[in-house]
Design a protein around this ligand. Structure first.
Ligand SMILES: NC(=O)c1ccc[n+]([C@@H]2O[C@H](COP(=O)([O-])OP(=O)(O)OC[C@H]3O[C@@H](n4cnc5c(N)ncnc54)[C@H](OP(=O)(O)O)[C@@H]3O)[C@@H](O)[C@H]2O)c1
Length: 248
């Protein structure tokens, strides 16, 4: 499969959350693409996988300075054509959350959900949108989730995750409207990867049919196919791995 054939050649691409399950898969696929010249791989530790096309660095949402410094570093290499934000928070890995009932809502866990799922990606947009190429296709894509859809919420629960992803979707919509005024070639979307076998979904995989649990590489490849098909008319929406739009 030819990845990113709707983009030009010698692409500079950015992945934020490069140590994550899906983020790491994006880095692998993008590094393997002949079209890509350089992959900027950012993570909290800065210790994502090394590689000959990979430039590694730190982005930690608990420190806005790391986002500013990362963008300044990328800017020295010229414009980018694709920024993928693959960070996310659902549970702390210690058995806490997501909330099943309003009785377990806490300021701390709501705040972490919004910090990682909404505020961090918004601040990445602030610093990295100006770096996107103005004279060719350029995409800013943030990993969202179907459960962030308000109209699709039939089960309730997962308060912080659902609300912070809904807020991310709204942020993407506003960014798209603003960009359409002075950067009409720049596309800004949310992406839902399906249920993917990563640390984030691990505690919730028991009820998922085997053929509905995707490997990270397969999920990232499907999402890059979706990104490849995007035009400016799609900006502001959130798309699932199969290309179908997710209602707000
Ligand atoms: N897996 C699924 O089934 C599924 C389904 C729907 C949507 N999604 C979305 O897909 C995206 C990727 O999820 P995943 O499954 O790949 O999860 P993952 O393996 O847990 O990766 C999450 C990533 O977010 C990073 N991160 C967490 N807190 C951060 C912070 N404060 N600052 C900077 N980075 C931070 C993690 O960094 P560290 O490596 O340093 O911890 C890691 O790179 C998320 O937005 C998630 O909501 C996933």
């Amino acid at each position: 499969m030819t990845l990113l054939s709707s983009f030009g050649e010698r692409l500079n691409v950015v992945v934020v959350g490069a140590t994550g399950g899906i983020g790491g898969a994006f880095v692998d696929l993008l590094e393997a693409s002949d079209r890509v010249e350089r992959v900027f791989a950012f993570s909290r530790s800065g210790q994502s996988r090394p590689g000959h096309k990979i430039v590694r660095g730190i982005i930690d949402y608990n420190s806005e300075e790391t986002i500013v410094a990362a963008a300044q570093r990328v800017a020295t290499w010229g414009p980018c054509q694709l920024v993928v934000v693959a960070t996310g928070f659902l549970h702390d890995g210690q058995g806490e959350g997501p909330e099943k009932s309003f009785r377990s809502l806490t300021a701390e866990s709501l705040s972490t959900s919004f910090q990682v799922n909404t505020i961090g990606p918004a601040l990445v947009a602030r610093q990295f949108l100006p770096l996107l190429s103005r004279d060719s296709k350029a995409v800013f894509a943030a990993l969202s989730a179907r459960v962030g859809s308000i109209s699709d919420n039939r089960l309730g629960g997962w308060y912080g995750y659902r609300a912070s992803k809904a807020a991310l979707n709204m942020t993407i919509k506003s960014l798209a409207i603003e960009l359409s005024r002075n950067r009409p070639q720049t596309i800004c979307v949310g992406l839902h990867p399906g249920t993917v076998d990563t640390a984030l979904s691990k505690p919730f995989q028991s009820g998922v049919a085997a053929d509905a649990l995707f490997e990270p590489l397969a999920a990232a490849e499907r999402l890059l196919t979706v990104v490849d098909c995007l035009t400016p008319d799609h900006s502001g929406q959130t798309f699932a791995w199969d290309g179908s739009p997710i209602p707000f």
